[in-house]
Design a protein around this ligand. Sequence first.
Ligand code: NI
Length: 395
Amino acid sequence: MNMKNRIVALSDKYHQQVIGYRRHLHAYPELSFEEFDTASYIAKILRDRGLQPIEGLGGGTGITVDIGRGERTIALRADIDALPIQEEGSHSYISTQQGVMHACGHDVHTASLLGVVLILNEISDDLPCKIRCIFQPGEERLPGGASKMIADGVLENPDVELIVGQHVHPDLVSGTVGVKPNAFMASCDELYITIKGKGGHAALPQHVIDPILVSAQVIVGLQTIVSRHGNPNIPSVLSIGKIFSVGGATNIIPDEVKLEGTFRTFDEEWREEVYTLMRQKINGICQAHGATADINIVRGYPALINDADVTASVKKAMLEYLGEDNVVDLPSRMTAEDFSYYSQVVPACFYRLGTSAVDGSKRSAVHTPTFDIDESALKTSIGLMSWIAYQLGMD
Ligand code: NI
């Protein structure tokens, strides 16, 4: 039997088992960097197969395991953490943890990578290289488990040549996948701005420094960063999502106004420039009115850039495994993902796995209380990722 048919047969063999893994993980979700039971569960499965996982990485709950041998090493990554969301639904594997849910499909990514381990372990004598499977904690929370795993050396000893990861995508039906080379997901920074004026009676504006009026100008000023300074070829979004004053009433001007927002883009140089422009605009506008500002920019994940060559190889493997009709070219997205940290260190490809049902159900978006998948997607997931790893090793 050729390798593709072997992998298809193994994906069939392990499909039910992987559904079991996924349902267990789904029923016992844990928040970012608290995935202790999840990590024990993963490590036990790996050890029971005679493998030697390295545990305690990335803040304590990260795991890696190497399969096969050879001079080259390629990595596969799954994230393992859940979200602070109360699940809604009535299925048998509903979350048993109050207010915690695998609403971003990381249970699917983890169960899939376990399934890939099972498959690769069976064909390990025929693997063209070493394959490192990375089970990473804390994707949903800054500073992101990926950066901690990298700091703990998961891309070294031996040096990892390239890395591949996947994410569930309810916009695509089970059996299909989506991919895009180059800039795929945005950087994401949080903005916290406090405009400080001088409050007083709203009927006596000559005695106050009105932070509400200054805030209005600051918001407009910030919007000119993207519209007047940004290269129109670099997608960027600057949104203020929250504004509130500390005190204030119909007849009271408050002392302070707070603004909160997000800045997202695909270019690291431009991202740095925006930090400078933001400070200039905010401070300049405040100064013109006699107000001051506290500016806190919390840096989130960098932009996720899919390496063009690796992505071309991944797409070729997808087309071979799933056929032309089941591989979709995706647009870039303004959402963020800490897989981007790996993409800054080694050539990387992050793709999306279709998870909705062909009958139109299981379409709830990620990060919602009704998110769920059509579990036939797990068979595609474990077979395809194994095939991609094998083919990248052959390249
Ligand atoms: Ni996610």
